[in-house]
Every structure is written in C-alpha cells, then in structure tokens.
Design a protein around this ligand. Structure first.
Ligand SMILES: N[C@@H](CCC[C@H](N)C(=O)O)C(=O)O
Length: 279
C-alpha cells in the first residue's frame, strides 16, 4: 500500500490515496499500527483521501488510537494540497466531504504546488448538548468553572463538528497540558470525550495554543481546535474576530465572520515523503 506523509503546522498524518488504490480493510487497526512513531511510519493518525459522489473528494480521519473523528482542520488542508499537486483536481477552489458535511477550500499555489489553504470551517456549535457536554443542561458553556484534580479552570465548550474544551490560562504548562489534558479528555462531563485547548492571550489579535487531542495526545497543532479557540476568545471578550494563533508547529490565521457566522482558517500544508507500507 502506498502512503504519503504530510503535515500542517506540525500536525502530521499518514495519507492513503484511495483514488489510486482500494480503501484498506480494518482502518482502525491500521491507524494504530501506522501512527506508531517507533514501529510504524509515525504520525498523529491516518487520513483516507477517497472519491466522493457529492464533492471533489471525501476525507476520513482516524486518530492514533484508531478512533474516527468527524473532522480534522489541518488534515483537510493537506488533502486539498494532495488533490491539487497530484493532478486529481487541479482547481483553485475545492469542495471536500467530511463527517460534518461538505466544506469549501481556497488554495494558494506557488508554481505548481499549493503552499497555503483557507478552509471555511462552518459555524461553531455552542449549545451544550450538541457539543456534547453535560456541564450545563442547555445553552452555551462560556467561561464556566470546571473543577478537576484540585484545579478550577474556566472553560468554554465549542463543537466544530468535533468537541473542544477551551481553557484560557496564564501559562500553558506541561502540568496543565500533559497532566490535566488526558483527564479532561475522558471526564464523564464529555460523553464523546473531548479535545482540550490551553490558551494564552498575547493580545486582542494574537494567542498561543497548546492542544491535548482526543485519541492522539498532545499534537503540535489542531485546526478545529484553533477554530474553537477563535470562537471562545471572541465570546469571552478576550480577542477580536481576526486572530493569529501560534501553535507548537506553526501559525494559523483565524477569522470569525460577523455576517455569516462562519469561521475561516488559513494555514500551511506540506508533503514530507512517500513510501510503501508492507506490514
Ligand atoms: N488535529 C485535528 C483534529 C483531529 C481529530 C481530533 N483528535 C478528534 O478526535 O476530534 C485538527 O487539526 O482539527
């Protein structure tokens, strides 16, 4: 089976081109094996690039623990780059089917290679049961106190199709990210588990984010997470609608459009290497 390793702001996945070969069997088990950084290719998970009947392509993404997520904000930029650079769909705008519906993307190419991609990430979902979280029975969870392990965090919960718990903190330390992240991920107040963002505010247009991802642990960037952070920062009055977010592996630009309510995310997409998986 041929694969391609790609990364967006350091959020790295192994991509399988299912236009050129059949969709592999037992994808959950394959995701665990191929993501292993010692015994596999290594990555935050596995992404399938498949033909679609309603869009230019379909993306399915699996975390490193084999669980499937509804959406991945960094992977979808890489899928767009792959479709363009490999001549599957060489157009400056693309529609990609995901677990949250068909999303629209705009590609910025230099020469014959895509460098940056803007994704219309859709509207954030704030209603607690739809995130889902049980922190409140109805309404939006915005800067609500959240007790865990002797800490009181202030959390804002946002779904971008997948669940996010955004915590604004003075300093996104290892104690918070690596200590509390895995505990919040499986806390029963999040019935589908959750992704967690720890965010420092640098200014009204600039934030720093570290993410503990559901199913993959700490990653160097999370695009749905950055979108959730943008919404949370605006809702809590900490930032304006356009923000630059610094992540461990690079920067993402976010804009929450006041008129449409949609969030637009711009960032890099990079192909790293290709190979053949024999296991
Ligand atoms: N890194 C991703 C999100 C991947 C899925 C997530 N771990 C989940 O289970 O929802 C991104 O860039 O959005």
């Amino acid at each position: 089976m041929q694969f391609t390793k790609m990364q967006g702001a350091g959020n790295d996945y192994v991509y399988i081109d299912c236009f050129a070969q059949p969709t592999p069997a037992d994808v959950d088990k394959l995701a665990i094996a191929i993501s292993d950084r010692h015994f596999g290719v290594g990555g935050d998970g596995l992404v399938l690039i498949q033909p679609s009947e309603i869009a230019d392509a379909r993306m399915r993404m699996f975390n490193a623990d084999g669980s499937e997520s509804e959406m991945c904000g960094n992977a979808i930029r890489c899928v767009a780059k792959y479709l363009y650079d490999h001549d599957i769909r060489r157009t400056p705008t693309l529609n990609i089917e995901t677990g949250v519906g068909v999303l629209k993307l705009e590609l910025q190419a230099e020469g014959d290679r895509v460098q940056q991609v803007t994704v219309n990430m859709g509207k954030p979902i704030l209603e607690a049961p739809r995130v889902p979280t049980t922190i409140l029975p109805t309404g939006a969870v915005v800067d609500e106190p959240f007790e865990i392990d002797g800490h009181t965090l202030s959390v804002t919960c946002v779904s971008m199709g997948n669940p996010h718990c955004v915590c604004f903190v003075e300093s996104a330390t290892d104690e918070l990210v690596l200590g509390l992240g895995p505990k919040i991920e499986v806390d029963p107040r999040f019935p589908n588990r959750t992704n967690i963002e720890f965010v420092e505010v640098i200014g009204r247009g600039e934030l720093r984010q570290r993410t503990w991802e559901r199913g993959s642990g700490e990653t160097w960037a999370c695009g749905t997470g950055a979108s959730a952070v943008c919404a949370a920062a605006v809702l809590t009055g900490r930032a304006d609608r356009e923000v630059l977010i610094h992540l461990l592996g690079g920067d993402l630009r976010l804009r929450w459009d006041e008129t449409t309510g949609e969030i637009f995310k711009t960032g890099p997409a990079v192909e790293v290497f290709s190979g053949q998986w024999n296991a």
